[in-house]
Design a protein around this ligand. Structure first.
Ligand code: ARG
Ligand code: ZN
Length: 851
């Protein structure tokens, strides 16, 4: 049963206030809810409350007990007046809640996750984001087992109760949808700090973790304070409560959750120290802390009217966290990482059976729409709006948005309208980015004549499920022309706004032969196909004045050769080698950029550019080019590898992180050229490693080249970190990411390891997610990888459907794969669909994937 955006109706009943009382106990928690409800408009419809797996103990209206009536799983309460007090009492069982939605137990703690529809697993309530309520929460629990009791807002009262219990009461003055409700109870230690807002409010900050993890919270706390200051500076947004708490839990379905005043995080995005976290982990912690904090305005103060509007808060908040990371680190390097993520995760989604617009039109299970499209393409759409409006009008627009809609549940349309009203820009056609799925392809050609350069542009967007014909999009292309001889910008950067299916743009006064530098900084999330003159990419690869475009030229150069090779042609390694040599030897480029430039287009990206391909051919052609590069640049790579060892292990500056990244990239090439040499280098690096970054990359390399050194290193790594789940996740992930024929056997063995469990999402992602993201291993020709994944999906579905469904999309890529494997992928999907008792989460993903 699909739900459609067009069917939206405002709620019949509002709930301006709710009081909740929890008698917390993992085995059986009793929840008493007192809802003040108010009729919304003129109608005579009953109040309908959502609930799931609740044992109803009592129901009363205005103090009178009422016999419950149920319809389609909802509790139906007929009411006569304009308002009423509805009281329910239910029992729930956190201990056996393996879905990790609602109130559940994780490592001795009790915690909640309500977005999107978990609140209905806690109490009867109109579980939709456009019902906003003031919350008062009283929790009581055994004092020994649950010394800390937290909820949203501010603590207002507390004390001793009977039989060794204690209680606490919290109040949140800001009306919020129920998906932002949270509570946590348990034995937690706190890292406390404070922040003074621009207007002088003292905010008490707390990061709550298991006692042993307290020393790993410093980085998250710094990131939190940086985020608070950044949002004041950049968006004029201040924090609004006296408390801001973050709690880390080990069992969590995704990264983190922005509950008002009480963010709950996957430990993975809070805990970090030099011994256990890589540079990438440190960066991810800072980005997710920022993301959740920024939701306080983009998501909480202004929330979503319905779940079709999810990108209203997620696209905007991802864009905000990306901008934060760019400001705190290196802009170019951050941008390259963002684009790499988009291409790895979102482009395939947009080109496949699960393609949907950033504002979807229908869904079966909303949880399946927390996608790279809604999040990352959504962020690209906001970025384009800023590019088109310019930073000042964009800021005027967001100011108006936050002011106009503060305290309301609104739509993507409202956001665009605010930007339009504040800036005077007409965004009518731009709105297609919200409604049309699919990645546009832009073709570009530069023709020079009579002292001018003429840029010919065309655009087209391929059909996607349910959308056969596409209209032209508004595509902002940052463009500059660079003199072939002079290396100077003969036409300075400007934003070319492509709005038609075909369009030409003239640049006057361009006499020197020019190189076309287009979609600079990846100003639009599109696929560019530029008709290039001979030698043009080679020249841009060493001289483009935009770092991102320079990176892109190197990628294009490699992509061109790789696609040729996959098509059976002969690969010319020389131009790629030349571009990488001058990149490696440049004194002007920073090490992180060099490392990025060295990484060839991924196998996934290559497969995306082809109608159909054989994953082993894609892998071999790419590997051959890597080997050719590694051989030709051996001495430059050896030098860069050696020089990068000077990185300061204590430091997280861009320079030092960049050096470590370059060390990993150069080691990879040395291995491609000479596995023996790499084995020796990696073994030495593993033994001498002073950071997790070096240790993990050495371990990955050893696992790749195999042999007794690999087994020894894996054993040593396991022994050293066996008490630390986040590091053991790496141990699983490294082994499941080996691009080899026999990885599937290794993965099957790991699934039987005593440390493996389907019940912990991080562990499951570490094994199954890493494996499915390694094309050469996953696509073994006999289909054993597909079968294994299908089995895992079915087993996990019985425990945690939401997380199980996340592993279906890799099987849905069958259209892009040669017919033999495609048939095996389809039969794995068919087997999933035929299984009895399938969740709707997995059903939706598998049935859509099959087509
Ligand atoms: N709002 C959270 C975040 O992006 C993620 C919640 C995911 N919920 C879900 N049902 N998948 O910060
Ligand atoms: Zn978010």
């Amino acid at each position: 049963a699909a739900i459609h955006r067009a069917d939206y109706r405002p709620p019949d009943w509002l709930v301006p206030a709710i009081a909740l009382e929890f008698d917390l106990d993992p085995a059986r928690t009793v929840v008493r809810a007192r809802l003040e409800v108010a009729r919304n408009g003129e109608h005579d419809r009953a109040l309908r409350l959502d609930g799931e797996e609740l044992e109803l103990l009592s129901l009363a209206v205005d103090g009178q007990a009422v016999d419950p009536q149920f319809e389609d799983g909802q509790l139906v309460v007929p009411l006569t007046g304009a308002s009423a007090v509805v009281e329910t009492e239910v029992a729930i069982r956190p201990q056996v809640n393996t879905k990790l939605m609602g109130l559940y137990a994780s490592g001795g703690l009790l915690c909640t996750q309500c977005e999107s529809q978990g609140f209905r697993r806690i109490t009867w309530f109109p579980d939709r984001p456009d019902v906003l309520s003031r919350y008062r929460v009283r929790m009581s629990a055994d004092r020994q087992r649950f010394p800390v009791l937290l909820s949203n807002g501010n603590p207002v009262d507390g004390g001793e109760g009977p039989d060794g219990t204690h209680w606490a009461q919290w109040e949140d003055p800001f009306p919020k949808p129920c998906y932002l409700f949270a509570l946590v109870a348990g034995e937690l230690s706190v890292n406390r700090d404070s922040f003074t807002t621009a207007s002088g409010r003292e905010v008490e900050l707390g990061i709550w973790v298991r006692e042993d993890d307290l020393a790993k919270t410093g980085h998250a706390m710094r990131a939190l304070k940086d985020s608070m200051a950044w949002d004041e500076r950049t968006y004029g947004r201040e924090y609004d409560l006296d408390r801001f708490n973050i709690v880390a839990v080990s069992d969590f379905n995704f990264g983190a959750m922005e509950n008002k005043g009480l963010n709950i995080f996957n430990t993975r995005y809070v805990l970090a120290d030099r011994e256990t976290a890589s540079d990438a982990d440190f960066d991810a912690v800072a980005a997710v802390v920022a993301h959740e904090y920024f939701h306080n305005w983009s998501g909480n103060r202004v929330t979503c009217r319905d779940w079709f509007q999810l990108s209203l808060k997620e696209g905007l908040t991802v864009f905000r966290d990306q901008s934060f990371s760019e400001d705190m680190g290196s802009q170019a390097v951050e941008r390259i990482d963002q684009v790499r993520t988009l291409r790895a995760a979102q482009f395939p989604e947009d080109a496949g059976p699960l393609a949907h617009p950033i504002r979807p039109d229908s869904y079966i299970e909303i949880t399946n729409f927390y996608t790279a499209t809604v999040y990352n393409k959504g962020a690209e759409v906001i970025r384009m709006l800023r590019t088109i409006l310019g930073p000042d009008d964009y800021r005027r627009g967001t100011d108006l948005y936050f002011e106009r809609y503060d305290g309301q549940a609104v739509t993507c349309e409202d956001f665009v309208q605010a930007l339009e009203d504040a800036s005077g820009h007409d965004l009518t056609q731009f709105r297609r980015w919200y409604s049309q799925a699919g990645t546009p392809t832009i073709r570009a050609r530069l023709v020079q004549e009579d002292g001018a350069a003429v840029l010919h542009l065309t655009q087209s967007t391929p059909p996607t499920p349910g959308q056969a014909d596409k209209l032209p999009m508004v595509v902002p292309l940052r463009t500059a022309l660079i003199g072939r001889e002079s290396g100077r910008e003969v036409a300075g950067e400007q934003v070319v706004l492509l709005t038609e299916a075909e369009q030409t743009v003239r640049f006057e006064g361009v006499t020197e032969p020019a190189l076309l530098s287009i979609n600079r900084d990846f100003s639009a999330p599109v696929i560019m196909q530029v008709e290039r003159a001979a030698g043009e990419l080679e020249a841009l690869a060493i001289s483009d004045t935009d770092s991102f475009a320079r990176y892109e030229a190197i990628q294009e150069l490699a992509l061109r050769e790789l696609l040729k090779g996959i098509g059976g042609g002969e690969v010319q390694a020389d131009p790629v080698i030349a571009a990488l040599r001058s990149t490696l030897l440049s004194n002007a480029l920073d090490p992180a950029f060099k490392a990025d430039a060295l990484i060839l287009p991924s196998e996934t990206m290559l497969a995306e550019r082809l109608d159909q391909s054989d994953p082993s051919v894609v892998h071999r052609v790419r590997d051959d080019l890597r080997a050719a590069i590694g051989t030709a640049l051996r001495s430059e790579l050896e030098d860069a590898y050696a020089a990068s060892s000077r990185a300061d292990p204590e430091s997280l500056t861009g320079e030092d992180k960049g050096l470590r990244r370059l060390r990993a990239a150069t080691l990879g090439y040395l291995a491609a050229a000479d596995p023996e040499r790499a084995r020796a280098l990696a073994a030495a690096q593993f033994d001498a490693a002073r950071t997790m970054t070096e240790r993990q990359s050495a371990l990955g390399m050893l696992a790749m080249v195999g042999g007794s050194e690999a087994e020894a290193a894996l054993g040593a790594f396991y022994e050293r970190f066996k008490g630390d789940p986040l590091v053991i996740d790496k141990w699983f992930g490294v082994q499941a990411s080996v691009a080899a024929e026999d990885t599937i056997e290794r993965v099957e063995a790991l699934a039987a390891h005593p440390d493996f469990t389907l019940a912990n999402p991080n562990r499951l992602r570490a094994l199954a997610g890493s494996f499915a993201a390694t094309p050469f291993a996953f696509h073994r020709a006999d289909g054993r990888g597909y079968e294994w994944l299908a089995d895992v999906i079915l087993k996990a579905d019985a425990i945690n459907p939401q997380t199980a469904a996340r592993f279906v999309p890799p099987l849905g890529r069958w259209r892009k794969v040669e017919p033999g494997r495609a048939a095996l992928m389809r039969s794995a999907l068919e087997r999933i669909l035929a299984a009895p008792g399938l969740s709707k989460d997995v059903f939706e993903q598998a049935s859509k994937s099959l087509g």
